[in-house]
Design a protein around this ligand. Structure first.
Ligand code: M6R
Length: 610
């Protein structure tokens, strides 16, 4: 992971780099640094253990100034979070470099460089790259050639920003396996891991492609493709505004994002349904023809997006009568799998940059899938660019590391997909009209549910001193329970597990006692009575129950049972609605525990490493 920013300009670039880092902090936040070529052509550097705010403070105390610079916010892979492992890394005061990705062959390069007399100052995989560039410069003093020479020796994934004190008005950028964009200013250029970092300074971007190397000066930009041929890449004008990172008065981004779900869902439906019908062309020009041939669906994703896939698989089989299999991307990418005839490959990713999901997509493109479809929240991401069909969830930027509005909008997108595929498999026009109207009712339903926030906050007090929690659900609500458990562990650091309620007696019931809070999701469906029996098993072992139940489900509160009643909703839509109180529960538990909610320890928003 990690976020990188760089700039070549007439003006002092340090404020641009610091602001860019703040906007990239979702990618990693255990340490940060920046390096600038000053007016005497000396590389000056500041690095801190901690977040970008600490870097800002250090910088306020002893500011750096110069027209060429690079900066980095880190999520540690090789070497613990520390000042010496923080980027930029510098070789012999000449070359400074920032890196996002992993150099897989760093051990062998390190041995070679040690024999050549290099002393290593960090435990990172990155230092071999900056040393390699320095070595190559001794043979050919042109920084671009030195970078070309060095990257031929690298295995792995890397986005790089490189500056050289002997050529101070030049920045070299490399993209291979990790994202990198170039921002175009007037007489100035920038690089960053995403457009969001650069929105305060430009709306015009070039997305580098795999293997591209960019030679950037204030007044010129030359891009070389993976074969070192000069190439042109299109300029894209972003419609995002610079202030999307505002918390809008909420205490945390996560809370803002939970409360923005009604709007996010409405946005994701806008222009995607018309006269109670799904607009299939929103999945791509070819979608209608592809969907009419689909006989099976394979969904691949990670984390929360994987949970969305699990819910969608239930819908796909039940509504569209299409076999659907869901798999975790990090498993799928290394497994031999059999592709059945006319199977559509679907990958789901909020960021569109998750390394495992991207690798899974690349694998799928080599296999006989009928087509590939990405469900994604970031228009300019790698996954959207690599997929044949794309459906963008219009959730707006999600900043909190815990995914909330991205998840509920993914579910909306997946439901539209189920209807679209189902049209050829038994979903009648009347069914479709009902489904679409139910989807359109969701923003209002979520709004009503959000009014229960105080009850959920009160419920959260029961969890704050606990070390473990169990989440139970059945059918489509098992993945909802899984998502609730993931949210709780991710932001409150309470160990939480989700189980199919019917599995309780096959092992986890042994864990249940008065110290084990058990959360259950209980809509009023055909599995309700079965679920109630499972909950009896918990009560009989003194387990305390927290039940999110349909108001007609006849689940009543008692000393050992806390119930939040939810008004009745159409069964297929219920997984979307029931997710919301679980998000709020995790949020309020984390608030009580004083956790770093938007940036939980050890995590990052965009997981661009394997
Ligand atoms: O960007 P993606 O949807 O591909 O990310 C996948 C997971 O890393 C992500 O959903 C993660 O599980 C969330 N932070 C959980 O809240």
């Amino acid at each position: 992971m990690c976020g990188i920013v760089g700039a070549v300009a007439q003006r002092d670039v340090s404020p641009i780099l610091l602001e860019g880092l703040k906007r990239l902090e979702y990618r990693g936040y255990d340490s940060a640094g920046l390096a600038i070529v000053d007016n005497e052509n000396v590389i000056q550097r500041i690095r801190v253990l901690g977040k970008v705010n600490q870097l800002q403070q250090e910088h306020d105390n002893s500011p750096l100034s110069g027209g060429t610079g690079i900066a980095h916010t880190r999520w540690a892979t090789h070497g613990k979070p520390s000042v010496s492992n923080a980027h930029p890394h510098i070789c012999r005061e000449k070359i400074a470099l920032v890196h996002n990705g992993i150099i897989e062959n760093h051990e062998s390069l390190r041995q070679q460089q040690k024999q050549a007399g290099f002393e290593f100052k960090s435990e990172t995989d990155t230092e071999v790259v900056v040393n390699g560039i320095y070595q190559a410069l001794q043979i050919n003093p042109d920084i671009l050639e030195a970078v070309f020479e060095t990257i031929t020796r690298l295995e792995g994934a890397y986005a790089l920003g490189v500056i050289n004190s002997d050529d101070p008005k030049r920045l070299i950028a490399v993209r291979k396996g990790s994202p990198l964009v170039i921002g175009i200013g007037i007489g100035e250029y920038f690089i960053a891991s995403d457009v969001f970092a650069l929105l305060p300074v430009t709306q015009r971007f070039i997305f580098l492609e795999e293997g591209d190397v960019a030679d950037i000066r204030r007044d010129s930009l030359v891009i070389y493709d993976k074969n070192r041929k000069v190439t042109e890449r299109p300029i894209n004008v972003s419609e995002l505004s610079a202030d999307v990172a505002d918390k809008a008065g909420y205490r945390h981004y996560m809370l803002k994002e939970i409360f923005s779900q009604p709007d996010a869902i409405a946005e994701s439906l806008k222009n995607r349904v018309d006269e109670d019908q799904v607009v299939i062309s929103e999945f791509g020009q070819n979608a209608e023809s592809v969907f009419s041939q689909v006989k099976a669906v394979k969904i691949v994703a990670c984390g929360t997006s994987y949970h969305a896939g699990l819910i969608a698989a239930g819908w796909m089989e039940e509504i569209a009568n299409i076999s659907c299999h869901v798999e975790i991307a990090s498993e799928f990418r290394y497994r031999k799998s059999v592709v059945t005839e006319s199977t559509l490959f679907v990958c789901i990713s909020q960021s569109g940059e998750t390394a495992d999901t991207l690798a899974a997509l690349q694998k799928a493109k080599q296999e006989p899938y009928i087509s590939t479809l990405a469900i994604c929240n970031v228009a300019e991401s790698t996954i959207t660019r690599e997929s044949e069909l794309v459906f963008l969830t219009h959730a707006g930027p999600e900043i909190g590391v815990a995914s909330t509005k991205a998840f509920t909008t993914q579910l909306v997108a997946l439901f539209l997909l189920v209807i679209a595929i189902g049209r050829n498999n038994g979903v009648s026009k009347e069914d479709e009209n009902i489904f679409v109207r139910q989807l359109e009712s969701l923003p209002g339903r979520v709004n009503q549910l959000l009014l229960h926030k105080d009850e959920i906050e009160a419920m959260a007090k029961n969890f704050a001193d606990k070390h473990h929690a169990l989440f139970l659900g059945r059918g489509s609500f098992l993945p909802v329970a899984m998502e609730g458990a993931l949210k709780l562990k991710e932001i409150s650091y309470i160990h939480a597990e989700a189980y199919a309620a019917g599995e309780l007696k096959h092992g986890p019931l042994a864990l249940v006692d008065k110290d084990m809070p058990v959360v259950a999701v209980a809509p009023n469906n055909h599995l309700l009575e079965k679920l109630k029996s499972n909950l009896q098993e918990v009560q009989a072992r003194e387990g305390k129950l927290f039940i999110f139940a349909d108001k007609n489900s006849e689940v009543e509160a008692s000393d050992s049972v806390v119930v939040l009643k939810i008004s009745t909703i159409y069964d297929f839509m219920a997984p979307i609605l029931y997710t919301v109180p679980l998000q709020l529960l995790a949020y309020y538990v984390a608030v009580i525990k004083g956790a770093d909610i938007d940036q939980p320890r050890n995590l990052a928003k965009s997981v661009t490493v394997e």
